[in-house]
Ligand binder design. Structure first.
Ligand code: ZN
Length: 190
């Protein structure tokens, strides 16, 4: 079955340009024309006291670069992450439920943490991951939202070797200030 597609919603546009993210973070390949599939990842932090939401990072990565990065995951890391996710999330059931709904609001995919069910408004930190091709968003088990606690739990299941590799990727491509590095390990979910 082919995935359903909708125009990339504004929530996934770049906050810098207001438009969809145009190039791969790692290889600079153009993304918006042509058949290249890619992931969009955004990280957020919310300050409840101030009612402020901040985008901590945002990028797109093409599937080739993503696959390359995944290869650097050690086998035990991959196994432990998959075990954690399959233990806590029934992605197939979730996807079926979302696609059975009458409306096609992509926001329905990201209203709560996919692991714990925590509503987005109650999360201090979270990441959103989406699968796109050209100027369209694919509705599959993605997009999904994962809260900070679930991300931490996944990160704890990575080997130090894998964490080093992800840290290298992050430092090379994202240029985050040191105080934010703790929160971001790179794309580990999709
Ligand atoms: Zn790339």
């Amino acid at each position: 079955m082919l995935p359903e597609r909708i125009p990339i919603p504004e929530s996934l546009h770049s906050i810098e340009t207001g438009d969809p993210i145009a190039t791969c973070l790692a290889c600079d390949a153009p993304l918006l024309d042509g058949p290249t599939e890619y992931l969009v990842e955004k990280g957020y932090r919310q300050y409840e006291a101030y009612d402020v939401q901040e985008t901590v990072f945002e990028y797109a990565i093409c599937m080739d670069c993503h696959a390359e990065m995944r290869q650097s995951f050690s086998e035990p890391s991959k196994r432990r992450c998959q075990a954690y996710l399959s233990e806590h999330v029934d992605l197939a059931a979730r996807t079926g439920r979302l696609l059975d709904a009458d409306s096609r609001d992509p926001a329905d995919w990201t209203r709560q943490c996919v692991v714990h069910g925590t509503p987005r408004d109650e999360l201090e930190e979270y990441q959103v991951i989406a699968h796109c091709q050209g100027d369209e968003l694919l509705l599959t088990h993605l997009p999904l939202l994962m809260g900070g606690h679930a991300i931490d739990a996944l990160v704890q299941r990575l080997s130090s070797e894998t964490l080093d590799d992800l840290g290298g990727f992050r430092d090379e491509h994202l240029g985050l200030p040191p105080e934010l590095k703790r929160d971001l390990q790179g794309p580990i979910v999709a």
